[in-house]
Design a protein around this ligand. Structure first.
Ligand code: FES
Length: 99
C-alpha cells in the first residue's frame, strides 16, 4: 500500500500499489484534483510532487512535451500520466473553484 498526502485537501489516503492516480482520484471524491483530456495534452491535472517522485511512474513523452524541463526538475507532473508505484508520496496543486 502506498500512502499519499493530498496537500490542498489536507487528506492522507492509502492506495494499492500500481494504481493510476486518475483512477484513484475518481474513486476518492474528497480529492479535488481535476482532470480534463486525460491524455497529457491540456494541463488541467498539473501538480507538483513534494515528496516521493521516485515512487511514481517515470515521466512520459506527453509530460516532456507539455512541461518545461525546469518545471519537471522541480517536481511538476501531469496527474493523468501518473501511476502510484509504492511508498510515501506528497502532492500539491493549484486549487481552482470548479470543484
Ligand atoms: S488531464 Fe489533460 S493533461 Fe492531464
Amino acid at each position: 500500500m502506498a500512502k499519499i498526502f493530498f496537500k490542498p485537501d489536507n487528506l492522507h489516503l492509502e492506495c494499492e500499489d500500481g494504481t493510476r492516480l486518475i483512477d484513484f482520484c475518481d474513486e476518492s471524491p474528497d480529492v479535488s484534483l481535476c482532470f480534463g483530456c486525460t491524455e497529457g495534452s491540456c494541463g488541467v491535472c498539473e501538480l507538483t510532487v513534494l515528496k516521493g517522485n521516485e515512487n511514481l511512474s517515470k515521466v512520459t513523452e506527453e509530460e516532456k512535451e507539455y512541461l518545461l524541463k525546469e518545471d519537471l526538475e522541480n517536481g511538476m507532473r501531469l496527474g493523468c500520466q501518473l501511476t502510484i508505484r509504492k511508498g510515501e508520496i506528497e502532492l500539491t496543486w493549484k486549487k481552482n473553484r470548479a470543484k
